[in-house]
Design a protein around this ligand. Structure first.
Ligand code: AHR
Length: 778
């Protein structure tokens, strides 16, 4: 275990590790750290993994609008001798392109729907059903709506009299379930032979806050338990592409909404859960709505400039819908849809994971247009735009537990003059199973670092939020559900712990491990390319005035070719394949504090140069010049912050590159100009953070132990006076790979306890692989 001393100038209380090592940390109640702003912590909702349709959106009928058809209506079956087909004539609304044409040959014939992998029927629960019907040949009669088992057992029914023929009419009814069945059906039967057309069939269980077109209760309650301060929606990649989400198609009566195919995550979306419902949900959760708009770009998708005005108008209209007076066009629509009072939306994000020159230009245009009309809006950029002062920037991180542990220090080094941070998406996605304990522990270490830097990091959200079992487009996801059950993975519970134990003000905790806090950067050098052909020459490595390496580049002796097609001839090292991530290395793994100089020229291809330093086996640190489709330069490594600088590499031009290692720091030069100085991070496997919850009058201490050993502290709480009961909350488990499942769902959840502090000095043991919160009255 690494020895670590955490000290500060005005030490008022001390926590001392007594087991394993003599390590302590002191922190100051006199010298306060940043105030934690009102936006910690939030949620990011995206329509991914059937998060909405078949998930949070409580609608139980699948393909109620009859728009999803591979022949006859999908997810519908006939009953008795009935036959059905798709009709495209005399439709219900402009949005509805199809209806079900149902022929009943006798009384009791009909059709039934399986819902999203089965309808959950709960005895005693009252369901709200509705359907639109148009009948042919003056058919009028009774229609019976039944909740039933797979075998057809009646679990509750009601009868509706269809009194009007020839015209579309909506009928509504309530059905109280007389039995329970988890994989049930919903059936519609006619009382006599005839032809009817059905559309927009709907069935809702009781919803969260009893909203009419509302949310599934257990899932929304899991969101409520997070006490989200904001809700970012509706994506993510979901907002991108040819079929992208367009909010104007998602408001108003459900039968007038256009569904879309969610091409990014691979399934149709009804848009029953539309912009209005998102705003309503945010309000019901007490969360600030944060709407993400598209700026004509996305992963692999691009609309040319002539469309930009349309995207800007779409964003402006969205704000008018959320906030406008009822005398405005969209404010009046909102009132018509049941919410005359403004939703008071203050946050908007422009684009999702966009970058480069085009994003830069588009961002500035959209930012200015929005600020001109709505100066009070807070606008979030995906990356820092060049030549323009951003308010808030949204980095994302999906990586390994180690990267998250290292990330504990990320914002300690951040320039306080740079924009504020909304860390909008993060999760351990490698080495975290389907959401295991070590992932939650590592993310907690990272979050502790975010919280400690709340002056800069004003908001954050884990991603993604939901997954419907059996429909996985992403792994892991915070809340797992099927038609009747749901559970949170350990990362969900870590979010609950942080959100519910949020100090108002932090104490300043300074970390120092006694000697050099961060190890020097150490290792070989390497060269590479990404789908690019390039040449390198005049390569030289110098340390303290002594040349360590200066190859003649007439052969590859002493080089270690990892990938790509490499040659060395006439003093030039050349890579000619079009592969992504080519690499050749050389030198010693023991090298530290050296300066690498070289010249590099791009021959052809889509990006620029990859120059590696501090290479150890598989651990790679590289300066990527002209990366991300030749739009930016940044260091890529697990122990560095990936700070992107706009820039590109021209074909045919020789560039002078210099990389200077000084201990744990690296200076990066391009054509003689210092582009960036960056410092290596090393978080170890523990993290600490403390502050005060003013309203409760309680001190909150958070400690993350990512090691495989428990650590015992003698906590000297000094003037904060932990005498009496110290409340504890611990998230831990038998092993770092432990996961939650439906049975038993309560495997890795925070467990509450308490210890007695007889004096201001008491002992506490933090278990291996754990996230702990201690609270005591100040
Ligand atoms: O959270 C899943 C996806 O990850 C989001 O859609 C996207 O923004 C990111 O790439």
């Amino acid at each position: 275990m690494r020895n670590r001393i955490i000290t500060s100038i005005f030490s008022l209380f001390t926590v001392v590790f007594s087991a394993m090592s003599q390590v302590s940390f002191d922190f100051s109640t006199a010298q306060r750290g940043p105030v934690i702003g009102p936006l910690h912590y939030g949620i990011f909702y995206e329509e991914i993994n059937h998060a909405g349709d078949g998930g949070l959106y409580a609608e139980l009928i699948r393909n109620g609008s009859m728009e999803e058809n591979s022949g006859n209506p999908d997810y519908w079956w006939t009953i008795g001798d009935a036959t059905f087909s798709i009709s495209s004539k005399n439709l219900l609304s402009a949005a509805q392109k199809r209806a079900m044409h149902l022929n009943l040959t006798k009384a009791g014939d009909g059709t039934r729907n399986i819902g999203f992998w089965g309808i959950n029927i709960v005895r005693g629960q009252t369901y709200r059903a509705s359907f639109w019907v148009r009948t042919a040949n003056n058919w009028t009669g009774d229609v019976t709506l039944t909740l039933e088992s797979y075998e057809g057992a009646d679990l509750g029914h009601t009868t509706v009299h269809v009194s009007e023929a020839g015209q579309w009419k909506k009928y509504t009814a309530e059905i109280t379930a007389t039995g329970s069945y988890q994989l049930g059906w919903f059936a519609i039967r006619g009382s006599k032979a005839g032809t009817i057309y059905l559309d927009c069939v709907s069935l809702f269980p009781p919803t969260f806050k009893n909203r009419e077109n509302g949310m599934r209760r257990d899932l929304a309650e899991k969101l409520a338990a997070l006490h989200p301060r904001f809700m970012r929606f509706p994506g993510g990649c979901y907002i991108e592409g040819g079929n992208r989400y367009q909010w104007r198609h998602t408001v108003g009566p459900v039968e007038e909404r256009l569904g879309i195919y969610n091409s990014h995550w691979g399934y149709p979306v009804s848009n029953g859960m539309g912009y209005h419902e998102f705003l309503q949900l945010a309000e019901d959760l007490g969360a600030e709505p944060l709407f993400v708009v598209n700026v004509g770009m996305g992963h692999g998708w691009f609309q040319d400039y002539q469309h930009i005005e349309g995207f800007i108008q779409e964003a402006l209209d969205a704000i008018e819908y959320a906030n406008g007076d009822v005398t405005t066009k969209w404010g009046a629509e909102r009132a018509k849809n049941g919410h005359p009072a403004p939703f008071n939306m203050k946050y908007m994000e422009i684009g999702n994971e966009n970058s480069g020159k085009d994003y830069n230009e588009r961002y500035i245009l959209m930012h200015k247009a929005i600020k001109d009309k709505y100066p009070g809006m807070h606008l979030i950029a995906n990356v820092e735009t060049q030549g323009f002062r951003n308010e808030i920037v949204d980095p994302h991180l999906y990586s390994t537990p180690d990267r998250f542990f290292n990330g504990y220090f990320t914002y300690d080094l951040y320039d306080r003059n740079d924009p504020q941070i909304y860390f909008g998406e993060y999760a351990v996605t490698q080495g975290g199973g389907r959401g295991n304990l070590i992932a939650a522990v590592a993310e907690s270490a990272f979050m502790t670092g975010l919280e400690r830097n709340s002056d800069i990091v004003i908001m954050s959200s884990y991603a993604p939020l939901f997954i419907r079992t059996g429909w996985q487009a992403w792994n892991p996801n915070a809340i797992v559900f099927d038609q009747n059950r749901s559970y949170g993975i350990p990362s969900y519970w870590a979010q609950v712990m942080f959100a519910n134990n949020r100090p108002d003000k932090l104490y300043r905790v300074t970390i120092n491990d006694g000697s050099s806090p961060v190890d020097p950067i150490q290792g070989k050098i390497g060269f590479g390319t990404y789908r690019t052909q390039a040449e390198y020459k005049d390569i030289k490595v110098v340390k303290n005035g002594v040349t360590l390496f200066e190859p003649d580049l007439n052969n590859l002796d002493g080089w270690n070719r990892i990938s790509g097609t490499w040659s060395a001839e006439g003093g030039i090292l050349k890579q000619t394949s079009g592969n992504p991530d080519t690499l050749i290395t050389c030198g010693s793994p023991d090298w530290t504090d050296y300066t690498l100089t070289l010249k590099a020229r791009k021959i052809s291809g889509s990006e620029g140069f990859l120059i590696s330093f501090g290479v150890q086996n598989r651990e790679l640190r590289r300066w990527n010049l002209g990366g991300w489709n030749n739009s930016t330069h940044a260091v890529e490594a697990d122990d560095f912050i990936e700070e992107h600088l706009a820039g590109s590499i021209e074909t045919g031009k020789w560039y002078d590159i210099k990389i200077e290692l000084k201990g744990s720091e690296v200076n990066l030069y391009l054509d003689g100009k210092l582009m960036k100085t960056q410092k290596r991070l090393k978080g170890g496997r523990s993290a600490v953070d403390a502050g005060i919850d003013e309203s409760a009058g309680e001190v909150i201490l958070k400690y993350v132990n990512g090691t495989d050993k428990p650590v015992t502290y003698t906590i000297n709480s000094g003037k904060t006076g932990a005498v009496g009961t110290v409340k504890t909350l611990t998230l831990t488990g038998d092993n770092p790979n432990a996961e939650n499942t439906y049975e038993p769902p309560e495997n890795i959840v925070p467990k509450a306890g308490s210890v007695q502090a007889d004096s201001a000095k008491f002992q506490y043991t933090f278990p291996a692989y754990s996230v702990s919160v201690l609270r005591w009255k100040k």
